[in-house]
Each structure stands twice: as structure tokens, then as C-alpha cells.
Design a protein around this ligand. Sequence first.
Ligand code: BG6
Length: 490
Amino acid sequence: NDNQTALIMIFGATGDLAKRKLFPSLYKLFEKDKLSKNFAVIGVARRPLTNDEFQQSIKESVKTAIEKEDRIDEFASHFYYHSHDVTDSASYAALKNMASDLDNHYQLNGNRIFYLAMAPEFFGSIALHLKSDGLTDVRGFKRLVIEKPFGHDLESAKELNDQIRTAFSEDEIYRIDHYLGKEMVQNIEVIRFANAIFEPLWNSRFISNIQVTSSEILGVEERGRYYENSGALRDMVQNHLLQMVALLAMEPPIRLNTEEIRSEKVKVLRALRPIEGEEVNKYFVRGQYDEGTINGKTVPSYRQEPMVAENSNTETFVAGKLLIDNFRWAGVPFYIRTGKRMAAKSTKIVIQFKDVPMNLYYQTEQPLNPNLLVIHIQPEEGVTIHLNAKKAGTGMEATPIKLNYANKGIDGINTPEAYEKLLYDCMRGDATNFTHWDEVALSWSFTDKISDVWENHVDESFPNYKSGTMGPKCSDELLEKDGYFWWPVT
Ligand code: BG6
């Protein structure tokens, strides 16, 4: 297949993402013969490195990530390095020459992928240079892969988008949201649309609420500088959480193609009730981690982390109640929460169904458990259905049971990492699991209204949750007000 032939230029090739995710994922594709022999990679970054040194670093990064790397030498031989100054046209000219040489040498048909895996402040100017210095004049396809953050708010996202649109058309732009590459996030659609039993129930008549949790154990680590200006709302809600909500709430697309799926997701985001002004603190709560104990170790508070202000007002936890004002979802709360330094690394979706009209099984004085459909995104991958069944024995009592499906256990395969799938999609030209500009813009316009309020009001309660817990008390209260509680995700 011709499409897997391409020159891939990775800007930020000495960075963390390239080392931890991109090189190992490319190796996996290579090993599975999903990358044709005709490919080459130019690593682009500021520091001076020889090709040999760069290839050495490729081998190290692959070896760190993967146990079996038999073809590593052959793989690494396709890698080249260009020491780059992002603001200097002469540097782009040199890069262009290198690219044409490799294009000839490997017969790449003029196909080019530009992968921006570096500090976002340079995204716009790189895109402009790629065009003005001729790197995007190619015979084959040209595609831009761009990492998050895609802007800081709607306005800056628009500006960035305008810049990249001068060099690439919308369908040449692949905006990464790595959650869309996760196996079980991709499975949401299949579970919904390939099963007759869910679709009739998938609406406000039968679902009482939906809970989406993405919790982390890690703190802000070395990213204080970025995170201080971001916070959990921008870092996780604007992209990953809203994307999961869109997949859960969208109408069945008329066809499984990029355009149709995106258009259904966009409609969900358009139906999202804007939360602004005084409403913000009714529908959303924020938190910031304090010291605490995780796995027997004491960890510092957010304010003690490197590059973080000692009176920081940045949230490391967000919980919110979303309402989707359309026929299907009117009145059904979608609760979302995400945070750092929580009790578990866990991404899960719980769909809680409404109760049966009357409980015939009151002998035990126990209310019946509601039916739940739980989609386990990570670290386990699978699906659980919570039902009630007869308690074995002489009586007629009901007891909760679970039907469990574990993705990994059954097929015996490790599902590929998100980046492996996304890179492959990009090479094949499938943008379904990337975010369209309309989705980005609608998501920012939703979260901007919340940031506006939070940035102008210092939260005096910060730090308000201990590291190693499931967040601040106000997060539980958010659901209690509605008569619900967070289903445990650990
Ligand atoms: C990134 C955020 O987008 O997602 C990080 O910038 C966060 O702060 C990460 O840690 C979580 O991703 P995952 O795949 O580990 O859930």
C-alpha cells in the first residue's frame, strides 16, 4: 500500500514524547510490517547531534520500551537528524534538501508527514515556515500532526489554527488527542452501535446518569511550568473528557467514516449547555492536591512542586456536571472528574440505568442495586455489566452480580498503544480518531467560560484534597445534591 510510504519529520525529536511514545510506536509498526521499507524519519530539534548519535538514541528509546527488538538496527538505519533553528529560513532550506535527498533515496513518492511534538509556542511559526520555505511543495500527500495543547483558549486556538491553515487544509491536519487512540475509547462506538440491547435504552428514559472518571496517581512531575498555565480543566477536560462524552452521547452516524462520525460528535458539543458566570460553581468544582501518602510514600503538595507558585490558584482536579440539551439526553447529568495525585490510575465510564419501577425484593431491607454498564478504559480494558440475580439458596432474595469481559485476557494480545494506532491512521490518511477544528473550538468555548470564573476567583480552600484520595469533598457533594454518588473506580 503506497500510503504507508512517507517521510516523517518529527519536530521535537529529542523530547520526551518522541522518546517514550513515537519511536517505540514506529518500531512496532515496522516490526508488524505496517510500515513499508520505503520510509525515512528526520528527527528535528535544536541540539546538535550526528545521525549516528541520533540513531543510537532511537535504539535506546525502543529498547527501553520494548522487550523484543530483533530488527532494531535495520529500523534505526532509516533515521536521520537535522539540528534546527525554528525561526531561521536557512535552516528550513537545509531541511528541505535533506528531505528531497531522502525522498529520492527511499522512493517516498513525495509523501510527507510533519509531526509537531514540541513546545506549542512554535507550532504556528513552524507551519508558516514549512510553507514559505517550500517544504510543503510536494508531489505526494502532506500531513501535519500536531500535539496538544491546541491553544490555551478559544482565541489563541483560532490564531494557531489560522496559521496552520495557511500551509495545510483542514483534511491535512491531524490534531492528536491520544485518548482517541485508546482501544477502549474506540470500543465505545462498537459497544453502542453493534449491540441491539443497548441502543433502545441509551437515552434519558432509561439512563439516570453517566460518570466519566480519569484519575491519575502521578503529580505534575517536571511539567510545573506548563501546568501552572493550564490546570486540569485545560489539560484534560477540554480535550480527553469532552471527547469521551461526545462518543458516549452522539447519535449513531449514518456511516462509519470520518466525516459522519465527526459531524455527530460536533452536534453533541453544540448541544452542551454552556455553564457560565454564577452557574459555574454550581456545576463545576475544582481541587488542588495537598501532601499525602501514595503507596506508603509521602508526596509533596502541588504548591511544593518545582516551577509552581507557592500560592498557586491552579486546579489539579476538576469535577463537573454536564447537560446535553437534546432530545436524547434532556435532563441526564454527565458527571466528569479528573485529577492528579488521586488514589488510583484509572479511566472508567459508568452508565447508571434507572431503577425498576418497584422493588419486589425488599425482604433484605436492601434497596436493589441499579444496573450499571462499566467501560474500563485503563489500566484494565473491558466491560462489566452489573445485574441483580437470585441469591442462591432457599429464599427469593436478589443479589448483585457482575458479567465481566476483559479485553486483554481473552484475546491474549496486548492491545497496541494509542500512538501506534494514531501514527498508522495518519499514514493511511484516516483522520477519524483525530479532532476536527470544530470540535476543538466548541470545546474551548465551553471550558473558557469556566476558566474565566476560576481565574478571577482565588480558591481559598486550596489545597483541598490530600494526595492519594479521590479528590475534594465538594466533588462528592456535587453528586449528592442530585441524589447520586460516584461509583468506585478502584
Ligand atoms: C495528557 C496530559 O494529555 O494526558 C497529562 O497532558 C496527563 O497531564 C495525560 O497525565 C494522561 O494520559 P494517560 O494516557 O496516562 O491517561
